[in-house]
Structures are given as structure tokens and as C-alpha cells.
Write a protein of this length. Structure first.
Length: 256
């Protein structure tokens, strides 16, 4: 059963932070020297991560950053310092503030970025970029994937609609997506097989702009939407963190 948690403001951020720390501690419980393997999306999630794991005075000391191995569930094929880069957003929004938190140098996570030397190449180079990123992935499943949900029901760079339906059938773990409906047009994305294998998958989705798609996902169970497909494939692994604005049209599921 998919878990849904509704809150707003500081409580929303803290619920996400608490969930991440629970996943971290679970992953490291049996072997304190192990790695916590995480995949994240970009967008507003970066701000939530900063507020929950860097800024929060209770949670920040509990994050074992040096044991994190962090990947991007999707990435725009642009230079790493480009405003559209998810790596760049995470570096500016989390890594840089973390490095100098409390006035001293802090160790951050090990972060896996795309091969920047291939971003200006043609289709073959961009396919190669996706292949190389797949080769960087861990041999064991992800402990946690932190995903977003677009107003159209996309997640990672898995988009709905006939043109991109093939993405839901791919077997390779990382794919090059061209002709994204949102710029930049070229991206890489995790695919369903790697998402299905993860120990935990959390969607972080707030705002009134998500209310219609939430209705489609939870009331209509429209599995043509990648987000709803993930719900149907691995319901016991999935949690949603939403706010009242995003949840206002949903009738059949009561959030916790």
C-alpha cells in the first residue's frame, strides 16, 4: 500500500527529513561502514533537502554525509555549471552551504555527475553519456530514490504521452531522452527497472499546480502516467509527501 503524508511549511520539510534519516539509518544499521546509496531529482527538492538536512538544527548533525553515495535520477545534458544542471543546483543549494556550515569545513557526500566532456556532442555521444552514467551505478539496489512529480505526471525524465511511451518499456537502467517536452531537450533518466529495485521510493510533490495530476494518479489510477505506474508496480515501497494544495481534489485516499 502506498503511503501518503500531507503537511505544509516547516512540518512538510521535517517529515521529509525524518523519512530520509530513517532510510539512512536502516541502510547503515547492519554495517556502520557501508554506504547509503541515494538517487535524487532536481527542482524544488534541492531546497527541501537544504532546509531538512543542512539548516535544521536537530536533523543536520544526524546526517552521515561521508557515507552517502548520491546520484541524479535524471540530468539535463548541459555543462555542470549551467543553470539547468541538476548537479549544479545541488552543488549550489546543498554542497556549498554544507561545506561551510557552522564555520568549519564539512565532508559532503560522494556525488556522481555526468561526463561533461560529452554534453556538446551529437546523439551518439549523448547515448554514450547515458551508458557511462549507467556504468557508475552501484551493483546493489538503491536504498532511497527521492523523486519529483510534474503537473503532467512525469518523474525523472520519464514523460507521459504516446511520443514517450517507449520510455516505460526500456530495460537499460539509464537512457538518453531526446525531444523532452520541457527544455533542455536532451537528458538522461533512470528507467523503471532501476526504480523498481530500490528499497524505498519517495515522491516529494507540493503546490496547487499538482492537484489535477494527483486526482489522476490516486483516484483514476491512470497508469499511462509514469508516477502512477510506479505506484502500481511497487506500492509497498512508495511514499508520497504532499501538501493540502496538491491533495485537494483527491477523494479516495486519506493521507496520514
Amino acid at each position: 500500500m502506498v503511503h501518503v503524508y500531507s503537511s505544509q511549511g516547516t512540518e512538510f520539510v521535517r517529515r521529509v527529513g525524518k523519512y530520509i534519516l530513517e532510510a539512512q539509518d536502516e541502510a547503515l544499521r547492519d554495517d556502520p561502514k557501508a554506504h547509503f546509496i541515494v538517487g535524487i531529482s532536481g527542482g524544488s527538492l534541492v531546497k527541501t533537502l537544504y532546509e531538512a538536512l543542512v539548516q535544521d538544527q536537530e536533523f543536520a548533525p544526524k546526517v552521515r554525509w561521508s557515507q552517502w553515495q548520491l546520484y541524479f535520477v535524471d540530468e539535463r545534458i548541459v555543462p555542470l555549471d549551467d543553470p539547468d544542471s541538476n548537479y549544479g543546483a545541488f552543488k549550489n543549494g546543498v554542497l556549498n552551504p554544507l561545506a561551510h556550515r557552522d564555520g568549519h569545513l564539512n565532508l559532503g557526500p560522494t556525488v556522481f555527475a555526468i561526463n561533461e566532456s560529452l554534453v556538446n556532442g551529437g546523439p551518439a555521444e549523448k547515448d554514450q553519456l547515458a551508458k557511462e552514467y549507467a556504468e557508475e551505478l552501484p551493483s546493489s539496489p538503491f536504498d532511497l530514490l527521492l523523486l519529483g512529480c510534474g503537473p503532467d505526471g512525469h518523474t525523472c525524465s520519464l514523460f507521459p504521452g504516446e511520443k514517450h511511451r517507449y520510455l516505460l518499456d526500456l530495460k537499460e537502467p539509464v537512457a538518453h531522452v531526446s525531444e523532452s517536452p520541457k527544455p533542455p531537450s536532451d537528458r538522461i533518466t533512470f528507467t523503471l527497472p532501476i526504480i523498481e529495485q530500490a528499497s524505498r521510493v519517495a515522491f516529494v510533490a507540493g503546490g496547487e499546480g499538482k492537484k489535477q495530476v494527483m486526482h489522476q494518479i490516486f483516484d483514476k489510477h491512470d497508469t499511462s502516467l509514469p508516477t502512477a505506474r510506479i505506484n502500481s508496480l511497487i506500492p509497498t515501497k512508495v511514499s508520497w509527501f504532499v501538501d493540502p494544495g496538491a491533495w485537494q481534489l483527491v477523494q479516495t485516499v486519506k493521507p496520514e
